[in-house]
Structure formats: structure tokens, C-alpha cells
Design a protein around this ligand. Structure first.
Ligand SMILES: [Fe+2]
Ligand SMILES: [Fe+2]
Length: 300
């Protein structure tokens, strides 16, 4: 397909648009280097953890590692659709998105190699509900875009990827990690990485909320499908959280599993509330969610 015009030599880039404001943030905050994070103390801490603590850390890393690889491998069909539609501002932002997911994959791989020092197959940590979401639903929703470019398919992809996988599962996982490690003064390298990963994820989730809102605002009849998918998919991360903590008779690190289920539901509710504003026809130029907050500020 030939180009008929270029945004930058005709209308100009919309610097005030949500995606370009997210791109600005990505250029400032998304440039950290996973290879520069010092993991030496993490290795020393790993060696003195109790067996069940080590098992929980490895279990969470196994979920993150596969999850980051999955989102890296599954984002391209969405970028392709957005590019084809000529949404240049969104495409510029999405270049940072894929690069950041690649770095997240890179970081957990370093952690496995240098801190855990294992090459074991960690697939045993992937429960049936995790497999349903990450092995099946996520790639299905994303790769459907190769043949179905409709707004409904785009919304379904973003609900699965940005709202459920990133917005509920990953966010809750990061929260669990920082709670159990930072509160015990353990693994400073991992804690640093999680802080940086969370910043990146907040932009990704913000973009997803922007995308779904844009689609629903253009065609409110799509809301019913979005709402149905949200209601159905939320069960999976909740089950995954149960699976993670259900594996232990006594909670490692003295964790209270209910706090994480509550955290997950809170994340979910805040994102749904944002999307409902689009359903109700509220147009907003704000960056969705908490991505406009200074980083490090508590979300909520
Ligand atoms: Fe990520
Ligand atoms: Fe992400």
C-alpha cells in the first residue's frame, strides 16, 4: 500500500496527545539498562534464604519470566494494526513498548542465570490457570489481529494484554515481590528492577486504557463485549494468585495472601472505572490511570 501523505510533513505530530506524552515519559524513564543492575548482593541473599522462601521467589520469577517473554512475543500484531491505521503518535509510543518488554525479559533471564543459577525447566511452576491465560488466551487474542483488524478485535486484545495480564497479574506480582523482598531488606538488585519495571508497566497499562477508551468512544456498542471479557478474564489472575500462595502450608516471608487478592481487585476496579468513563461518553485528555503521577508515588 502506497503512502498518500506523512503526518510529520502535513498536520504535524500531536504533542499533546496521550500516546506522545507517554512516549516522552518512555524516553525519560524507560532507558534503564538491565545489564547495569548489580545482582551480587541478590546472590548472597538467595543463598541464605530458607527453602520455602527460595521456592516462592523462584515460582514468582518463573511466572514473570514466561510472562515477559509472552508479552514481548505477542505485541507485534497490535503494533502492526496501529501502524496500518496511520496512528503515528501511537506507533511512536509502541516502539518503546516492545523495547521495554524485551528488557524485562532480559532482566529476569539475568536473574535466573546469575542469582538462581539454574537452567532447570520452570514450566512446572506454571499452573493450569496460568497456562490458560499466558499460553492460550493472550496469544489467541493478539494473533487474531493478523486476520481480524476490527475495533472489536483490537479492544479484546488490549483488554487481555494491557488490562488483565499487565494491569492485574503483573502489577500484583510486582507488588508481592517488593513487599516480601524490600520489607526484609533482601535482594536490592531485584527491588531496583521491580521499581523500574513498574514505571514501564504503568505506561503500558495507560496506553491500553487509552486504546480501549478510544475504541469504545468511537463505537459504544462495543462496550458490552468489553465488559463481558473483563468479567470473564479477571477470574484467571485471581486463580493464579490463589495457586501461587496455595502451594504453601505456611506462608514464606510471613505473607498474607489475602492482601494480594485485594490488591489485584483494587487494580482491576480502578481500570474498569476508567473505561466506564469512556462508555459514558466522558472524553478526557488526561493520561489514563496513574501514569501522570510522579514515579514512586503510591498508586491508588
Ligand atoms: Fe513487562
Ligand atoms: Fe508491559
Amino acid at each position: 500500500m502506497d503512502h498518500t501523505a506523512f503526518a510529520t510533513t502535513s498536520r504535524g505530530l500531536d504533542r499533546s496527545s496521550v500516546p506522545l506524552r507517554l512516549f516522552e515519559k518512555a524516553k525519560r524513564f524507560g532507558i534503564w539498562n538491565p545489564s547495569a543492575i548489580d545482582l551480587q548482593q541478590d546472590r548472597r541473599d538467595w543463598l541464605r534464604l530458607a527453602d520455602d522462601e527460595r521456592d516462592l521467589v523462584l515460582r514468582l520469577v518463573a511466572l514473570f519470566q514466561a510472562g515477559e517473554e509472552a508479552v514481548t512475543r505477542d505485541i507485534l500484531p497490535l503494533i502492526s494494526v496501529i501502524a496500518e491505521e496511520g496512528r503515528v503518535e501511537e506507533e511512536l509510543f509502541l516502539t518503546s513498548f516492545l523495547w521495554e518488554e524485551a528488557k524485562h525479559t532480559d532482566f529476569f533471564s539475568r536473574f535466573l542465570h546469575e542469582v538462581v543459577q539454574t537452567r532447570a525447566d520452570l514450566g512446572a511452576y506454571h499452573s493450569p490457570s496460568y497456562r490458560e491465560l499466558i499460553y492460550r488466551r493472550l496469544p489467541t487474542a493478539m494473533h487474531r489481529l493478523a486476520t481480524d483488524r476490527s475495533p472489536a478485535a483490537q479492544a479484546a486484545a488490549s483488554v487481555t494484554y494491557n488490562v488483565i495480564v499487565e494491569g492485574v497479574l503483573a502489577e500484583t506480582g510486582y507488588h508481592a515481590f517488593s513487599t516480601m523482598l524490600a520489607s526484609h531488606g533482601l535482594m536490592p538488585g531485584m527491588c531496583d528492577a521491580i521499581r523500574l519495571l513498574k514505571q514501564d508497566e504503568s505506561r503500558h497499562i495507560a496506553y491500553g486504557l487509552y486504546l480501549v477508551s478510544r475504541i469504545v468512544a468511537a463505537d459504544p456498542t462495543l462496550w458490552a463485549d468489553v465488559e463481558h471479557q473483563l468479567g470473564e478474564l479477571i477470574l484467571l489472575p485471581m486463580q493464579i494468585i490463589d495457586d501461587v500462595f496455595g502451594a504453601y502450608q505456611q506462608m514464606p516471608f510471613g505473607l498474607t495472601p489475602e492482601t494480594f487478592s485485594e490488591y489485584a481487585i483494587d487494580q482491576f476496579s480502578r481500570r474498569v472505572a476508567w473505561l466506564e468513563r469512556a462508555r459514558d461518553g466522558v472524553t478526557s485528555t488526561a493520561v489514563p490511570d496513574d501514569a501522570d503521577q510522579p514515579y514512586g508515588a503510591p498508586s491508588g
